[in-house]
Design a binder for this molecule. Structure first.
Ligand code: ZN
Length: 345
């Protein structure tokens, strides 16, 4: 008798179905609760003959387990069905996607490029990993020239017999000018922005990498006064129409004569303040007339052509424009710092 009852219940359990969790709960109450069907069978258990107890006991356990398994199976079915039929409103306004900002160095680099492009300079980008020949030798840095010590860089591979065959991370973008002059005939008017590397201890004022923009103009009859006018135009476009410039004699291996250019301090307007160390001037770039040796090394006849070159650090210009006086901030990827440039264009 009891075995028939159990078989009937097993049949019922196998056929259980539910559309939602409430129905599952009803089934659980019906079969597995204290007053449920299975407990009722177990209550009958004590009345059966001793020789049948073992068989019936096994059967009851089987029934209980079947009911538990079936219920968890139903719960899984309902949960899957719920997520399948979730209402998706395609007309709903989407969650706002947080927009990034341009990196301050990118902002300033783009401003520099924009000013020079309007004056007819074309963009060129050379390799960051370059050979010594283009980075130093063709630019008048002899193999044993002390100026090489000013630009200690990182070596990819070194040639014990011939330094010009060393492969290095470029220490300035001037190598781009050598590449360009090798492959283009004058008139040349190019601008080469890019990342450069130096073997420096990292501090607020020095880093192992930074960014430069260099420019080169080679043609017949290019003079120092052309250079001065282009740089004055640049300074006024970048820092405002009242900006003044001054050129101080300096030394670079690849230009002769060479100069450092200062602009009137854009904080105090030239009166003198802490930023300009009370001089009224701040240095922004180096420049000069291309050494005839460099033109010849790149296959350009220096008796016909002359040229000027200039180079500036993008970090330096960014510091002057936005007062970022710690170089490390540029590469820390701190969102709080980068978001300060949200309103800059
Ligand atoms: Zn000042």
């Amino acid at each position: 008798m009891i075995l028939d009852k159990i078989d009937k219940l097993l049949q019922e359990v196998a056929e259980m179905s539910a559309k939602n969790s409430e129905e599952i709960e009803q089934l659980r109450l019906k079969y597995l609760s204290k007053k449920g069907e299975i407990n009722a069978v177990m209550a009958d258990f004590r009345n059966i003959a001793a020789d049948q107890k073992k068989t019936v006991g096994i059967k009851i356990n089987e029934l209980k387990q079947a009911a538990l398994n079936k219920l968890s199976e139903l719960r899984e079915q309902v949960a899957t069905a719920d997520s399948d039929t979730e209402n998706i409103d395609l007309t709903r306004t989407p969650y706002p996607i947080p927009l990034g900002t341009r990196h301050p160095l990118t902002l300033v680099k783009n401003q520099i490029i924009d000013i020079f492009q309007r004056m007819g300079f074309v963009l060129y980008q050379g390799p960051e990993i370059d050979d010594d020949k283009h980075v130093f030798t063709m630019l008048n840095f002899a193999a044993d020239h002390p100026a090489r010590d000013m630009q200690d860089t990182f070596f990819i591979s070194q040639d014990a017999n011939d330094v010009t065959k060393n492969v290095i991370l470029r220490s300035h973008t001037s190598g781009d000018e050598a590449h360009y002059m090798e492959t283009h005939k004058p008139p040349i008017r190019m601008l080469c922005p890019g990342r450069v590397y130096r073997n420096e201890a990292i501090s607020a004022r020095a880093h192992c990498f930074f960014h430069q923009v260099e420019g080169l103009y080679v043609d017949k009859g290019v003079s120092f006064s052309d250079l001065k006018q282009v740089l004055l135009t640049f300074a006024r476009e970048m820092f405002g129409p009242d900006t003044k410039i001054r050129l101080r004699p300096s030394y670079f291996p690849f230009t002769e004569p060479s100069a450092e250019m200062d602009i009137s301090c854009n904080i105090c307007g030239g009166k003198g303040c802490g930023f300009c160390k009370n001089t009224g001037w701040v240095e922004i770039l180096g420049c000069g007339m291309v050494d005839p040796h460099d033109l010849e090394a790149c296959g350009i006849d220096s008796s016909v052509y002359t040229g000027y070159a200039f180079g500036m650090g993008v970090e330096r210009i960014t510091n002057l424009k936005y007062r970022v006086n710690d170089l490390r901030l540029f590469s820390e990827n701190d969102i709080r710092f980068l978001e300060e440039f949200k309103s800059a264009y």
